[in-house]
Design a protein around this ligand. Structure first.
Ligand code: BGC
Length: 729
């Protein structure tokens, strides 16, 4: 495919200097589609090849409309000068206009002699083609020669922001990126399409960086040991690295639960409002709406700004999806004598999934410990987030009661247990998405900090179990066992919470793209490494100069999305076409060679694989600590009703006897979309001696979609019935 289009691309690459506008337009359009990606602000004068080549472009544009029109389809190969070109060089539309047609060119007067005009145009075009082909640096050299201080004049004093302080000396190219650098002109000694020497050197460098992300079996084992130690510590006292938060939820559902509940979910970039109809036969229907949290609210001055926004979304949802109920409630309220209250049966019990570390002091009470995932509203820290939401709901007079406070991992655990096959209750709910965390079923007797706390809220002790929210994002903040590359260190230093969430910063979706970006910047910083530096048509298989746009997200903190890692991992196309297209389209890195793409993929895969192996540490530790390997379900998770009673028994469990299954519910974009994430987890689980090949087989990992919605509804159900029975009693 790439080869088929080579000739086409080569021609386009050569004539690109003449033809600028559509590429500019395309790029603008693309930017508009991705408004959230911040672009470096370039205020200093740049080397602007469009200006350097401007006169030639103008001459050609004014004189050869037909040629311009012929190549409009060739934008893939357009180089950066085209995107920087000013409006005066835009073709073909501008050149096709009558006014452009009649405007005199600088060198000849076409109206005086059309034949001469065409001849001269052709000659000029040939000249441009020749220069581009045989002496691509020539225009720059000529300009440099005449410029007093070419470096200052044409290159920004402040390069595009390299946002990590630790890598702030990090590369930004020190010579015009359009023209090939002299030192880049390595000897060509490969086939016509590849340069073996170059690609081997690049591969070696990429392998060196990838090796920095290796997390070998000994590392996994040491980390599992440390994780188990921190679990124990966190169950005894507050203020530890693993927070081990008691959730007041003491049983998981069995699939027979029924009713209509509401849930809201605040945990990352979006806020979700849903209503869930539990059908009582392990199935449910869910209606939801989702809205992006405005960035300014994530870092608002006061918590009111955020929580009033959330309440407003609940109101909008109720009006849109539960109009009857909503209107009915309003009518009824107008007639009741008690102005402050609502009749209980008219109130939606709402499960509030709030996926940040909260010191829970009751089923619907919890004090925010700290923000994570880029949120930072200091005013909310230490406050009861349920009360904050309820206050705003009440201000809007909505028929909603915040009945349960739920971490998304707890919701995932509940949802998985509601829907999972077999009669085993789920042991662990885990999120590997924007953030990462896990909640598991612990023996109540081990949660000593709760049992010894006189101020602890009420909870049901009869099951002898409690779900504990580990907040494992903060596992090993002191880096006793976590791997730590220079890129991890740089990321942490530039984050809003240095030294905190160190496990999360190596595992979750919010961070993996940034780790990769920093690793790539590290390579670009070294002039001897040829990443993205194919400088002319002979040295790469797209026959064009590789360029990184000034506006490329590569230069900006958080500029690479973790979904790019999934794309790389899943790309098995010839010449890594998909990776290259993504680099071009989403990251402004044009005409990337197959070797470049291989190097990027190698590093991206290493970052992804390390994340999965780290994820295995947490899973392994919990499986071992809860003693599930030694016993069968007889001492497994309690469900609200024994699952054995379910007729017919639900689902099937492959090779492993049902009572031996250790069920794990997972959710999040990484585990859902990163190819092989689960296989890498499993590989690492087998390397932990206490688990081994046999134990790994017993671990059943299943996606619990919408856990934060369904799970929250399930907890609201339990909380609602507890409240009812308390009132009745
Ligand atoms: C939060 C957890 C949450 C996890 C997954 C982390 O940043 O601290 O509470 O469960 O993200 O959303």
């Amino acid at each position: 495919m790439v080869r088929d289009t080579k000739a086409h691309i080569e021609v386009a690459g050569i004539v690109v200097v003449v033809l600028a506008a559509p590429r500019s337009d395309a790029r603008l359009h693309d930017d508009q589609q991705r408004p959230s990606i911040a672009r470096p602000h370039l205020s200093t004068p740049l080397f602007d090849p469009a200006r350097a080549y401007g006169n030639w472009a103008r001459v050609a544009a004014h004189n050869d409309i037909t040629l311009s029109a012929n190549v409009t389809g060739s934008w893939r190969a357009c180089s950066r000068e085209s995107s920087l070109a000013g409006p005066e060089s835009r073709t073909p539309s501008s050149s096709a206009s009558p006014s452009a047609r009649s405007r005199p060119a600088r060198i000849v007067r076409p109206r005086d002699s059309p034949a001469a005009h065409h001849l001269l145009s052709a000659a000029l075009l040939l000249l441009v083609l020749g220069v581009q082909l045989f002496a691509p640096r020539l225009p720059y050299e000529v300009l440099s020669f005449f410029a007093a201080s070419p470096q200052k004049q044409f290159w920004p004093a402040t390069p595009p922001r390299a946002t990590s302080p630790a890598l702030s000396s990090a590369h930004i190219p020190s010579s015009p990126p359009v023209c090939a650098r002299v030192e880049q002109q390595l000897q060509f000694s490969g086939t016509f399409y590849t340069n073996t020497e170059r690609s081997m050197a690049l591969e070696e460098q990429a392998q060196r960086v990838a090796a920095e992300f290796e997390f070998p079996a000994e590392g996994v084992r040491a980390a599992v040991k440390e994780f188990i130690r921190e679990m124990g510590e966190g169950l005894q006292k507050d203020g530890t690295e693993l927070s081990q938060i008691p959730t007041y939820v003491t049983a998981v559902p069995n699939g027979t639960e029924k009713g209509l509940y509401m849930a809201v979910d605040l945990g990352g970039t979006n806020f979700r409002v849903c209503s869930i109809q539990l059908h009582g036969n392990t199935t449910f229907s869910l209606t939801q709406s989702k809205v992006a949290i405005p960035r300014e609210l994530m870092v608002a001055q006061t918590s009111k700004e955020l929580f009033s926004f959330l309440a407003k979304q609940i109101e909008i949802f109720l009006k849109a999806h539960h109009k009857d109920h909503y209107a009915g409630t309003l009518r009824r309220r107008a007639t009741v004598s008690n102005a402050g209250g609502f009749r209980e049966e008219e109130i939606f019990n709402l499960g509030f999934t709030f996926s940040f570390p909260v010191h829970q002091i009751g089923i619907n009470k919890g004090l925010l410990m700290r923000w994570t995932k880029g949120f930072d509203i200091q005013d909310a820290v230490g406050k009861d987030v349920c009360a904050l939401l309820q206050a705003e709901i009440d201000e809007l007079h909505l028929p909603v009661r915040v009945a349960a406070l739920v971490n998304d991992t707890v919701g995932t655990l509940m949802a998985r247990s509601y829907t999972s096959p077999g009669k085993t209750g789920t042991l662990l709910g885990a999120i590997f998405g924007t953030g990462t965390n896990g909640a598991y079923v612990e023996k109540l007797s081990k949660v000593s900090k709760l049992l010894n706390n006189k101020d602890a809220g009420e909870f049901d002790k009869s099951t002898g179990e409690m779900i504990v929210n580990t907040e494992w994002g903060s596992f090993d903040n002191s880096l006793r066992t976590l791997p730590n590359t220079p890129y991890d260190a740089a990321l942490d230093k530039a984050s809003v919470n240095p030294g905190i969430q160190m496990f999360e910063k190596r595992v979750s979706g919010m961070f993996l793209g940034e780790i990769l970006r920093l690793a790539l910047i590290g390579l670009l910083n070294d002039p001897s490494i040829t990443l993205f530096r194919d400088d002319n048509s002979a040295t790469n298989d797209v026959h064009s100069t590789t360029q990184i746009a000034e506006s490329s997200p590569l230069w900006t903190q958080w500029g690479i999305d973790t979904s790019f890692l999934s794309i790389c991992a899943g790309d098995s196309s010839a010449g890594l076409r998909i990776t290259r297209q993504t680099l071009d389209k989403d990251y402004g890195i044009n005409a990337v060679s197959a070797e470049d793409a291989e190097a990027v993929k190698l590093i991206a895969n290493a970052v992804g694989k390390r994340a999965a192996r780290l994820a295995a540490v947490a899973i392994a530790a919990i499986v071992i600590e809860t003693g599930r390997l030694g016993t069968s379900t007889s001492s497994g998770t309690n469900t609200t009703e024994a699952k054995e009673n379910l007729e017919p028994a639900r689902g099937t469990v492959d090779e492993v006897a049902e009572e031996d299954v250790i069920d794990v519910g997972v959710d999040g974009s990484l585990v859902e979309f990163y190819p092989e994430f689960e296989s890498f987890i499993r590989e690492a689980l087998r390397e932990v001696p206490e688990i081994g090949v046999e134990g790994e087989k017993r671990v059943r990992i299943g996606i619990a979609k919408d856990g934060s919605g369904v799970g929250a509804a399930l907890i609201a159900l339990v909380a609602g019935s507890v409240e009812k029975s308390e009132k009745l009693g």
